[in-house]
Design a protein around this ligand. Structure first.
Ligand SMILES: Nc1nc2c(ncn2[C@@H]2O[C@H](COP(=O)(O)OP(=O)(O)OP(=O)(O)O)[C@@H](O)[C@H]2O)c(=O)[nH]1
Ligand SMILES: [Mg+2]
Length: 330
């Protein structure tokens, strides 16, 4: 799940989602991030300015910005980084009761800076202390009550025992991916071409509204197979849509997303590419079991599963339609 070979070089163009990690100094932000990345507790120094990490979760590249929590950084750096982030992780030290009020004050400020509707995760750091559920709930409620409009989740974590760190990763993966997809990008058509003994099968899945709208693009995107052991992975934008194409020598597929606002940043490209390469690999597995003679019903069954597994990529407003047919070989 979590790619431990996280690349420490920060390339702003190379990430799909950026997340700020904020909280007062000494609450354990850097310790938690180190534990998430390396699975070990390392001695930390108070972060001077910021520290950035690139993390790969389920094919999505997350840029984590660990913000220094000392007061001068809160005033000078937090507003600009938090306002450019897609999500916020805010860390509170539950063992320092006297700080909670100050934490809450900076949390409320951070809510004003973060983009509207961005997901927020409050991590209540208990270190290795036994803190009872009632106290944890009190802190949760205090933070959750800050802004009922925003998606705020609270989790108590311990970088020492590792408690709930997996849940933190799940939150990063699920909430952010869902949010990313639901706020902007969804798949509108997916087409696969498969060589079989009986000819080339063409399978299309697309949302009803897209059929007329994108018909004109079909001549542009025809199937193309790779030669030998090569593979093809292509990405482009076409009339405001993202188009991804992948192929090996027997399977060729592409998908097209909804129209995106030209002024909006394009997101999730690496996730879309991963969707297709996974599809190609799964078909390779299916062929190993069935031989080249893959049938329409094998393919329909597989596509159903593929669709269900990846339903978050499709717009939730319309049910996608299936069409499967043999192509004329000429
Ligand atoms: N309360 C508490 N603090 C601890 C524990 N273990 C380590 N610490 C302290 O937590 C600090 C480490 O926190 P960091 O992860 O560097 O904190 P940070 O939030 O990144 O702080 P800044 O970088 O200054 O913003 C150290 O100064 C330790 O003294 C513990 O079990 N309980
Ligand atoms: Mg730090």
């Amino acid at each position: 799940m979590l790619d431990l070979n996280s690349n420490s070089t920060w390339l702003s163009d190379d990430r799909d989602v950026s997340i700020s990690v904020a909280g007062l100094d000494g609450v354990g932000k850097t310790t938690i991030i180190n534990k998430l990345l390396n699975e070990e507790i390392t001695e930390t120094y108070s972060t001077y300015g910021i520290n950035q990490e690139l993390v790969n979760i389920n094919g999505l590249k997350l840029g984590l910005t660990d913000l220094g929590g000392k007061e001068p950084f809160r005033n000078s750096l937090w507003p600009s980084y938090i306002s450019r982030s897609d999500a916020l992780i805010f860390v509170v030290d539950a063992t320092k009761e006297h700080q909670i009020k100050e934490s809450k004050k900076w949390f409320t400020r951070s809510l004003k800076w973060i983009k509207k509707d961005s997901p927020i995760l409050v991590l209540i750091n208990t270190w290795n202390k036994k803190i009872n559920q009632k106290e944890i709930n009190e802190v949760s409620n205090l933070f959750k009550s800050s802004s009922p409009r925003q998606l705020i989740e609270c989790l108590n974590v311990s970088p020492i025992t590792g408690e709930n760190l997996n849940k933190t990763i799940d939150w990063l993966a699920n909430t952010i991916i869902t949010n990313l997809i639901s706020t902007g990008v969804s798949v509108e058509s997916f087409v696969a071409y498969l060589k079989t003994d009986n000819g080339i099968i063409e399978a299309r899945i697309r949302t009803p509204s897209v059929i007329n709208d994108t018909e004109g693009m079909f001549p542009v995107i025809r199937y193309k197979f790779a030669s030998g052991n090569e593979s093809i992975l292509d990405y482009m934008t076409l009339n405001g849509r993202q188009v991804v194409m992948a192929a090996d020598n027997q399977t060729s597929c592409w998908l097209m997303t909804n129209m995106i606002d030209q002024n909006k940043e394009i997101k999730g490209a690496s996730l879309l590419m991963k969707l297709l390469t996974e599809f190609i690999m799964e078909i390779q597995g299916l062929r190993e079991n069935k031989g080249a003679n893959i049938s329409e019903s094998d393919l329909t069954g597989y596509l159903m599963k593929y669709l269900i597994d990846n339903q978050s990529f499709w717009s939730d407003k319309e049910m996608p339609l299936f069409e499967i047919s043999y192509l004329d070989n000429n």
